[in-house]
Design a protein. Structure first.
Lengths: 365, 360
C-alpha cells in the first residue's frame, strides 16, 4: 500500500527532478555571463514569483500568463491520453480568440451572459477545428500530426486576415479589432495585473478534465482507446468515437484558452496575435506528465521562468532573456529522460519501503 | 550497481534540497540595495515589440537609447519582448521598477492609454504614432511625417528610371502608410510626368520577407526598374528581389543601403532614434508634456540615407547611374529648400490636402 502511494508521487517527482537538473545544467550558461549562478537564480525566481505588495506582485502576473498555458496544456493532455498526437492547439486557440474578439463587440448581451456565451462559442469554434483532424484520422487514416500542422498554418493566416480586414477597427499602422464591450470583459482580481476569473476557470477546467478522464465512462473509453486501440475494440469500446470525442474536447479547451486571453487580458485581438501559446501548451503537457495537476503546476512554472527571464535576468543581470527559454528547453530535455528517473525512483522506493517496514516492525519486537 | 544508481538519485534529491534552500536564504541575506549614484540620473526604459535585430524600426529606436545613454545624464534600459503576449507584463514590470520614463515602441494603443490612465504619475512615451483620439497628459506620442522625404525619394527614382515604370511595395492600404506612397508618387511624376507608378499592398503583413520578395518580383516583371519598399521586415524581401533581378530598390526606416550593396539606391530614413532621444531629453530637461507631437523633414526626423553620408550606392552601383548622382543630388537639394521654405506642397495622405486628389 505504501509502495503504491509512493508511486503516485512520481507524477510530481519526475518533473521536479527534471526541473532541477535543467537548472543545474543551465548554471554552465549562467557562468558564461559572469553572473554568480545563485544570484542569477535568485533574480529569476524573485522576478518571476516574488511579491512585495498586493498590487505589485510578479506572482499574479505569472498566474495571468499561466492561464492560457494551463488550458492549451489540458487540450494537449486530452488528445495525448486518447492516443491522438494532435499539435493543433495553436490553431484552435487562434480560432477561439478570433471568435471572442468578434462576438465581444458585435453582439450586445447582459453581463455574465455575454462572456459565458462567447466562451461557449469559442469552444465550439475550437472544437470544430479539432473535429477535422479527428475525422480525417478515423475515416481516412490520415496522420493527425500532419493535419494539425497544416491547420495551424491556415489558422495563423486566417486570424491575421480577420484582424487586418473584417475586424479592423481603425487605420492605425498596427491593426487591431475594436475593444470588446465592458459586459464581455472578464473581471480581474487586483489592479496591477490581468490575473482574474480566467485563472479560476482554468483551474476548475483542470479538475473537470481530471474527473472526466479518470472518473467517467467516456473518459475511461478514451484512455483505453489511447493505450491500446485493439484491446479497447476487443472490449467493445467504440474507439473511433472516442478519438473524435477527444479531438472535439481538445479543440474546445484550446478555443477556451483563446477566448479567455481576449476577454480577460487583451480585450481585443491585434496583428501578430499568434505567439506560440498553443505550442507551449504541448511542452506543458509533456512536462506535466500528461496529467491535469501536473499541467497546472508546470504552466505556472513556465510562465514564471519566462517572466523572471524577461524582467529579472534581462534587467537586473543583463543576461539575455533567451536564457529563460533555454532553461525551459533543457528541462524538457530532461523530461525526455524520464525512463532514467523512473528506474531510479523505483529502486529508491523499494529501499525506502524496506526501511520503513523494518522501522515499523521494530517496536513490535 | 543498484546502490550506485540510488546514490545518483540521492545526489539529485540532495542537490534539489540545497538549491531550494539556497534561493530564499540568499534573498534574505542580500536585500536589494540600490547603488546610490552621486548625481541622481534620470532612468528610462524602452519596451520593444519584438527582439532587436530587424535592421529597421526597432534597431533605430535602440540607437536612440544608446545615444541618450552616451550623451545625456540618463540610465536607460531596453526591455525586449517576444510578441504581443509579453507586452503588458513588460510594461507593468517596468512600471514596478520605477523608471522615470517608460517608452513603448509601437505597442497597442489601448494598452498604452490604459496604463497611462492607471498610473497618472508615471511618464509614458511612444517614439512612434499611437493611434488614439486623445492622449492622457502623461503620455507623449511622436508622429513622424514622411511625405516630404518620400517625395525626395520619388524625385531620385523619377530621374534614375530608364524604363519609365517604377514601383512601390507598401505594407498596407492605410493613411499612415500611404503618406509614404503618395509623396513618392508625386515626386516621381514631378520629374517624369509620363512615368507609370505601380503599387502593391501587402495586406498589413510586415513580417514576411518571402511575400515581399514575390511581390517585388511581380513589379520588376511588369517592367519596373526601381521599387520603393515600405514594408518593415517584408521589405527585406524587396531588397533581395532587386539583387536577384539585378534591378534597384529604395530602403526605408533605417539606412538599408548596405543590405544589398549596389542595388539599394538610398533609404528613406524615419528617425525613430531621434524621437526616442527627444522623449528622453524632454524628461531630463523637465519639459516633458503629454499629447501628440508631429515631426518631419524640417526637424530632421525624416530624410535620406545620403544626408547621413551614405555612399554605398555611389561606390557600388552601376556607372551609368552613379554618373547621374551629382545632378540628382542637386535636384533633391533644390526641392528640399523649396519644400522647407513652404514654396512647394507635398501631398500628405494623413490630412488629405488638394494636392493628393491628383495622385489617386
Amino acid at each position: 500500500m505504501t509502495h503504491d502511494r509512493l508511486k503516485r508521487l512520481d507524477a510530481f517527482l519526475i518533473p521536479i527532478l527534471a526541473v532541477l537538473s535543467g537548472l543545474v545544467v543551465s548554471v554552465i550558461l549562467v557562468l558564461l555571463t559572469d553572473t554568480p549562478p545563485v544570484e542569477a537564480y535568485r533574480i529569476l525566481f524573485v522576478a518571476g514569483f516574488g511579491c512585495n505588495e498586493l498590487t505589485r506582485c510578479a506572482l499574479f502576473t505569472t498566474l495571468e500568463r499561466a492561464t492560457p498555458l494551463i488550458l492549451t496544456g489540458l487540450s494537449a493532455v486530452v488528445a495525448f491520453r486518447s492516443g491522438m498526437f494532435s499539435i493543433g492547439q495553436e490553431g484552435q486557440y487562434l480560432l477561439g480568440a478570433v471568435m471572442a474578439a468578434w462576438l465581444g463587440y458585435a453582439i450586445q448581451l447582459p453581463p455574465v451572459i455575454h462572456p459565458l456565451f462567447i466562451m461557449i462559442m469559442s469552444m465550439l469554434a475550437g472544437a470544430a477545428y479539432g473535429w477535422v483532424p479527428g475525422v480525417l484520422r478515423v475515416k481516412l487514416g490520415v496522420n493527425e500530426l500532419l493535419v494539425t500542422i497544416v491547420l495551424n498554418a491556415i489558422a495563423v493566416l486566417f486570424a491575421e486576415y480577420m484582424v487586418q480586414f473584417p475586424l479592423r477597427a481603425d487605420a492605425g499602422a498596427v491593426a487591431h479589432s475594436p475593444v470588446i464591450d465592458a459586459s464581455a470583459q472578464l473581471p480581474t482580481f487586483l489592479p496591477g495585473s490581468k490575473w482574474g476569473i480566467g485563472f479560476v476557470i482554468a483551474v476548475l477546467t483542470a479538475y473537470a478534465v481530471y474527473v472526466y478522464l479518470w472518473r467517467s465512462t467516456p473518459g475511461y473509453e478514451q484512455r483505453m482507446a489511447g493505450q491500446s486501440k485493439r484491446f479497447a475494440l476487443f472490449g467493445g469500446i467504440p474507439s473511433d468515437n472516442a478519438a473524435i470525442r477527444a479531438m472535439l474536447i481538445s479543440g474546445a479547451l484550446a478555443g477556451l484558452a483563446g477566448s479567455i486571453e481576449i476577454l480577460g487580458v487583451h480585450r481585443r485581438i491585434m496583428s501578430a496575435f499568434s505567439v506560440g501559446l498553443g505550442f507551449d501548451g504541448l511542452s506543458v503537457a509533456i512536462l506535466g506528465q500528461s496529467h491535469p495537476l501536473g499541467v497546472a503546476i508546470v504552466a505556472i512554472l513556465f510562465a514564471g521562468v519566462r517572466l523572471g527571464a524577461q524582467l529579472g535576468l534581462q534587467l537586473e543581470a543583463q543576461i539575455p532573456r533567451e536564457l529563460g527559454g533555454t532553461i525551459i528547453g533543457l528541462i524538457i530535455l530532461f523530461v525526455a529522460l524520464r525512463k532514467f528517473y523512473e528506474g531510479n525512483l523505483d529502486r529508491l522506493r523499494d529501499w525506502l519501503v524496506r526501511r520503513f517496514n523494518r522501522g515499523q516492525a521494530r517496536p513490535e519486537r | 550497481m543498484k546502490r550506485s544508481l540510488s546514490l545518483v538519485t540521492g545526489a539529485l534529491v540532495a542537490a534539489s534540497l540545497v538549491l531550494s534552500a539556497c534561493a530564499p536564504a540568499a534573498s534574505t541575506a542580500a536585500p536589494e540595495v540600490e547603488p546610490t549614484a552621486e548625481t541622481p540620473k534620470t532612468t528610462c526604459a524602452l519596451i520593444t515589440p519584438n527582439p532587436r535585430g530587424d535592421r529597421s524600426f526597432i534597431d533605430s529606436a535602440v540607437r536612440g537609447i544608446e545615444r541618450a545613454n552616451a550623451e545625456l545624464p540618463v540610465d536607460c534600459d531596453i526591455i525586449e519582448t517576444n510578441g504581443v503576449a509579453e507586452h503588458e507584463s513588460a510594461m507593468r514590470g517596468a512600471i514596478q521598477k520605477g523608471y522615470d520614463l517608460i517608452m513603448g515602441l509601437a505597442l497597442d494603443a489601448k494598452l498604452m492609454t490604459d496604463l497611462a490612465a492607471e498610473f497618472p504619475d508615471q511618464k509614458f512615451g511612444s517614439p512612434s504614432e499611437v493611434f488614439a483620439e486623445t492622449l492622457p497628459a502623461n503620455l507623449v506620442s511622436y508622429q513622424i511625417d514622411v511625405h516630404q522625404s518620400s517625395f525626395l525619394v520619388g524625385l531620385i527614382v523619377g530621374k534614375l528610371t530608364t524604363t519609365k515604370t517604377v514601383g512601390a511595395v507598401v505594407g498596407g492600404d492605410a493613411p499612415s502608410l500611404n503618406q509614404f506612397y503618395y509623396g513618392y508618387k508625386q515626386g516621381v511624376l514631378e520629374v517624369c510626368p509620363d512615368c507609370t507608378v505601380l503599387v502593391s499592398y501587402l495586406g498589413f503583413d510586415f513580417s514576411n520577407p518571402t511575400l515581399g520578395l514575390e511581390t517585388a518580383k511581380g513589379l520588376y516583371d511588369k517592367g519596373a526598374d526601381i521599387v520603393y519598399q515600405v514594408a518593415g521586415r517584408s521589405g527585406e524581401g524587396v531588397l533581395e528581389a532587386a539583387a536577384q533581378a539585378d534591378k534597384f530598390a529604395i530602403g526605408v526606416d533605417s539606412n538599408q543601403d548596405f543590405i544589398q550593396p549596389g542595388h539599394v539606391i538610398t533609404s528613406m530614413i524615419k528617425r525613430v532614434d531621434m524621437t526616442t532621444y527627444l522623449t528622453i531629453q524632454s524628461v531630463v530637461e523637465g519639459k516633458f508634456e503629454g499629447g501628440f507631437k508631429r515631426l518631419g523633414m524640417a526637424d530632421g526626423a525624416a530624410g535620406l540615407s545620403w544626408d547621413e553620408g551614405s555612399t554605398t550606392f555611389a561606390d557600388e552601383g552601376p556607372d551609368a547611374m552613379t554618373a547621374m548622382l551629382p545632378e540628382v543630388q542637386t535636384l533633391v537639394e533644390d526641392y528640399r529648400t523649396k519644400i522647407l521654405a513652404g514654396e512647394f506642397e507635398v501631398c500628405d495622405a494623413l490630412s488629405e490636402t488638394d494636392v493628393c486628389a491628383a495622385l489617386k
